[in-house]
Design a protein around this ligand. Sequence first.
Ligand SMILES: NC(=O)c1ccc[n+]([C@@H]2O[C@H](COP(=O)([O-])OP(=O)(O)OC[C@H]3O[C@@H](n4cnc5c(N)ncnc54)[C@H](O)[C@@H]3O)[C@@H](O)[C@H]2O)c1
Length: 255
Amino acid sequence: MTLPSPMSSAPRFAGQTALVTGAGGGIGGAIVARLKAEGACVVATDLRLEPGQTTADHVITGDLMDPAFTDGLPRAVADLTGRMDILCNNAGIIARGQITQASDEDLRRSLAINVEAPFRLCRSAIPIMAAQGGGAIVNTASCWGLQPGPDHPIYVMTKAALASLTQCLGRDHAPQGIRVNAVCPNEVNTAMLRSGFEIRGLDAEEGITALNQSVPLGRIAEPEDIADVVAFLASDDARYMVGALLEVNGGKPVG
Ligand SMILES: NC(=O)c1ccc[n+]([C@@H]2O[C@H](COP(=O)([O-])OP(=O)(O)OC[C@H]3O[C@@H](n4cnc5c(N)ncnc54)[C@H](O)[C@@H]3O)[C@@H](O)[C@H]2O)c1
């Protein structure tokens, strides 16, 4: 087989189409920008996203809790751009609090957005990718899906489910040339993280400064730190990686 030359200057994603969910959020926006900068045609999806708010080539808005919308998204992307090479299952929500504080709605929404939507998107995208000869799926799980953090049982179990789905699909679809992997961040400086401080009536900047000191590398992640690893997993540089759950944590384990 011919391995890609390390001296090759071609953009890593030239000629490929990527679908990124949660593209209006912190990590999603950075994934869109990174894939686009490296030559991908990027389709961004989120609940609401104005074309001016994203660097993506195309925007498809919709609710990932709607099964018909989610089931149809990979086909819509293929019809729109002619291809469907990379799926980034990045959208997610966090339900906070112990199990006794959790509502049915917290459970229902978290399962639908964090687990069922990636399931549906993978199920629809895989046959399209297989017919094209392969593809790459990168799920945004979490360190907390590998090792539970305190007081977030719903979030932790949904991310554990996504990690497990990654391993299952990685194994099942490698023979079709489809690589399924996950990035597992610890704390990332986005609206999701900041909302945790705001809910507790704390100043987000002060909270992040304190959190920075708990990370061996000296700071929590910025969205671009995660997007770069997503791009790696989506690219041919990760051609021998399947079912991997890649922790991106600045040296900070879940405590
Ligand atoms: N921020 C962190 O510390 C952190 C750590 C580990 C993992 N993650 C994961 O990273 C991913 C991205 O999170 P983020 O930090 O960028 O958060 P974010 O809140 O900035 O972005 C999440 C995006 O998902 C979208 N979304 C939510 N519900 C949706 C729905 N029903 N339909 C369509 N889109 C919907 C939101 O509109 C938002 O734009 C999530 O899966 C999250 O669990 C985040």
